[in-house]
Design a protein around this ligand. Sequence first.
Ligand SMILES: Cc1cc2nc3c(=O)[nH]c(=O)nc-3n(C[C@H](O)[C@H](O)[C@H](O)COP(=O)(O)OP(=O)(O)OC[C@H]3O[C@@H](n4cnc5c(N)ncnc54)[C@H](O)[C@@H]3O)c2cc1C
Ligand code: FES
Length: 277
Amino acid sequence: MTERTDNLFSDAGFIRHNRQIAPGHFLLSISIPLAFPVPKPGQFCMLHLPGNEAMILSRPFSVHGFQKKKKEAVLEILYRVSGRGTQFLSNLTPGAEIRVLGPLGRGFWRLAGKRILLVAGGIGLAPLAFFLEREIEYGNHSTAFSIYLGAKNAEILEGLASRIPAGNQKLLPATDDGSIGYRGPITDILKKDLEHLATKETMILACGPTAMLKSLAELVTQKAVFCEVSLEERMACGIGACLGCVVETRNQNGSSTYKRVCKEGPVFDIREIVWSR
Ligand SMILES: Cc1cc2nc3c(=O)[nH]c(=O)nc-3n(C[C@H](O)[C@H](O)[C@H](O)COP(=O)(O)OP(=O)(O)OC[C@H]3O[C@@H](n4cnc5c(N)ncnc54)[C@H](O)[C@@H]3O)c2cc1C
Ligand code: FES
């Protein structure tokens, strides 16, 4: 049954396909009712597998793609198998039911006229590729996009890169084992590039492991570059009720407050987060 409150939707969806794009990485396509609100890049959905013990609680996943067709809407999720729930999910076949709650949280800001650097650590590419897809769809050809993509090895990097929408953006790859691109953290390449970019005309959007986001925070602290990050804290309810996802944030007067990643995030200004946590 469809339930709707304001711009939030909860309904049964059905798997259209669930295919592996790289070892341990899958692209899930879900058919949902047409009435599902159009998500903004950076927003996420809670997925629930009814009656499944490996995933009793819903799990949060960024929106990776969304299209409205004649009779259905199609939601795409790009995921990595990291535990029991995602392992179970990876074995589901077309027709299986999945409950979808969303779109949730606040998405990325869009500042006109800036060069955009998308910094993705592994599966963190999911919301950033959706951002780029929307920019291309809206006909934004005047902005220069660069994608800094870090992954464990060439196989995973190439699988993830296949999910980047076609355009004239530049791809800068890095892998942990050096099997493709730079060997080492993706933030090393970014650091060099930031030395000669006009930072006031640049904006950075990032998503990936906490270690990557922390390094990024150190890089941009002394620069005038606008930078937003999408956080992937563990979540229980996804709708602001349980306080299970709070992070410490800094106020302008120097004091700190706890904010809910599911409600006030998952996208935050990088300078707002207290990274020493
Ligand atoms: C806003 C948001 C968006 C997300 N988007 C995506 C996405 O697009 N694709 C994707 O693959 N994953 C995404 N995640 C992470 C995803 O929710 C977890 O990987 C998933 O919940 C793991 O479920 P599980 O049952 O397989 O693992 P569990 O059995 O619950 O946990 C397995 C292991 O992963 C760790 N873990 C679980 N959740 C997280 C988390 N959120 N952050 C760090 N470690 C975690 C656990 O501590 C444990 O070590 C997102 C998380 C958030 C909060
Ligand atoms: S997950 Fe419950 S408040 Fe954020």
